[in-house]
Design a protein around this ligand. Structure first.
Ligand code: GLU
Length: 473
């Protein structure tokens, strides 16, 4: 993967912010406050590894903004973690939450480790120690700062975090809301796991349904038969691929560290995932062609490219070679600012990360609300709705003298389960955000690209909440 940029990750977020702030009327001081990282907690702690040796662990939690409480954002485990990266990711969380109207400030955490090289026991010790460091400094809590999964973490780590937190804060009634992305059995919400990938799909689908946008790109309207390339088969890439495929698109290539595979008829992400699990590599998947150099997959002919791995994978060197018409940024920061400029000049539509991958935090918001309300979604209304629907169908049948089929009856009567409500809340959120950003772009043709329009949307919302708070004495 190429990673050349003259800007650090945080600087490139600042650069995008500055580019957009010119299209707003907010005073400089306020813009500077929105841009700044409010609190940075950089920590080092010792952990005794399985071989008996002590290792000093480098970790961070950054709270970019506190205009809304709590702060929100994932925790990543990766050797590439550094302060600048966590600051950039925390800043993106501020803008992301604002765009999708999720009432949180932006935060992010990171631990500089390679989770694949550590045992489960070592990972548990590190995660629990990190959590207690956060508790000590009041950097975690349902009303303070609420972590979630990110690159290299998932339900298991969130379970360790909530358990550590609860044991340190006995009797705290809302403690389950101290972290999201938990297993359902520990207060998680159904639908959180696939949320980011599903949100990516909803966002791209909405763009593909815009006739004027598709016409400009020379594409047909809709998702059906679009050729999609996905980089990364982690949680986000896997579920993005799944929803594109199951809605009629063809996932023609999937890329991972070790290489990429191509199949013009489309790949089944689940079969690829299982193949990788058993053989240890994505390569040599039956019926597909190997692409030895993984990054070559990004440059292949396709309609939609979904980078769903890490930042800076498209830079000034490979940007001119990109043939996709649409890039859906499922990862955070997959394009360098230089790449962004090149792609925009080449007429590629970049659907920006900070809103396109907001599905995760949107469903995290639903999970947090569930934790604070102490009740599962749908518990109160499901049966009531089903009874009401049943009465309506019975009446219609009686008045018309006709019967609906048992399958249709089941569909019409069905009252919402938690998963239905979460998915529909996510769909509504992503559709609204896409339209809102496009409206801003359409209303001001001098805004150069969709990312800038998204930043304008975010800046306006954050600025409004600062001014409404009246916190500048
Ligand atoms: N890590 C995800 C993100 O970057 C989710 C954050 C959250 O749910 O708080 O958006």
């Amino acid at each position: 993967m190429s990673t050349t940029s003259e800007y650090s990750f945080f600087q490139s977020v600042e650069k995008s912010f500055d580019k957009a702030s010119k299209f707003t009327n907010w005073e400089t001081g306020l813009l500077e406050q929105i841009k700044a990282c409010n609190s940075i907690y950089s920590m080092r702690f010792p952990v005794k590894m399985d071989d008996g040796k002590i290792e000093v662990i480098e970790a961070y939690r950054v709270q970019h903004s506190q205009h809304k409480s709590p702060c929100k954002g994932g925790i990543r485990f990766s050797l590439a973690v550094n302060q600048d990266e966590v600051m950039a990711l925390a800043a993106l969380m501020t803008y992301k939450c604002a765009i999708v109207n999720v009432p949180f400030g932006g935060g992010k955490g990171g631990i500089k480790i390679n989770p694949r090289a550590l045992s489960t026991y070592e990972l548990e010790k590190i995660t629990r120690r990190y959590t207690s460091e956060l508790v000590k400094k009041n950097f975690i809590g349902p009303g303070i700062d609420v972590p979630a999964p990110d690159y290299g973490t998932g339900e298991r780590e969130m379970a360790w975090i909530v358990d550590t937190y609860q044991s340190l804060k006995p009797g705290e009634i809302d403690a389950a809301g101290c972290v999201t992305g938990k297993p359902v059995s520990l207060g998680g919400v159904r639908g959180r796991k696939e949320a980011t990938g599903l949100g990516v799909f909803f966002g791209v689908r909405e763009v593909c349904l815009m006739e004027d946008v598709m016409k400009k790109l020379g594409l047909t309207v809709g998702i059906e038969n679009k050729r999609v390339i996905v980089q990364g088969l982690g949680n986000v890439g896997y579920f993005s691929a799944k929803f594109f495929r199951s809605n009629g698109a063809k996932v023609i290539a999937i890329a991972e560290f070790e290489g990429a595979i191509y199949c013009a008829d489309g790949l089944d992400e689940e079969a690829v995932f299982q193949h990788r699990k058993t053989t240890g590599s994505i390569l040599n998947f039956p019926g597909a062609t190997n692409i030895e150099k993984s990054s070559d997959a990004l440059e292949m002919e396709c309609d939609i490219l979904i980078p769903a791995a890490l930042e800076n994978v498209i830079d000034k060197n490979n940007a001119p070679k990109i043939k996709a018409k649409i890039i859906g940024e499922a990862a955070n920061g997959p394009l360098t600012p230089e790449a962004d400029e090149i792609l925009s000049k080449n007429g590629v539509l970049v659907i920006p990360d900070m809103y396109l991958n907001a599905g995760g935090v949107t469903v995290s918001y639903f999970e947090w609300l569930k934790n604070l309300s102490h009740v599962r979604y749908g518990r109160l209304e499901k049966r009531f709705t089903e009874n009401a629907n049943m009465n309506i169908i019975n009446q219609i049948e009686e008045l018309t003298g006709k019967k609906v089929s048992p399958t249709e009856r089941a569909v019409i009567v069905h009252g919402p389960d938690e998963i239905d409500l979460v998915h529909s809340g996510l769909e509504e959120t992503m559709i609204n955000a896409t339209r809102e950003i496009m409206d801003i772009w359409n209303a001001n043709p001098s805004i150069p690209d969709m990312r800038t329009a998204a930043y304008v949307c975010a800046i306006n919302k954050v600025a409004h909440s600062y001014t409404e708070l009246g916190i500048f004495p």
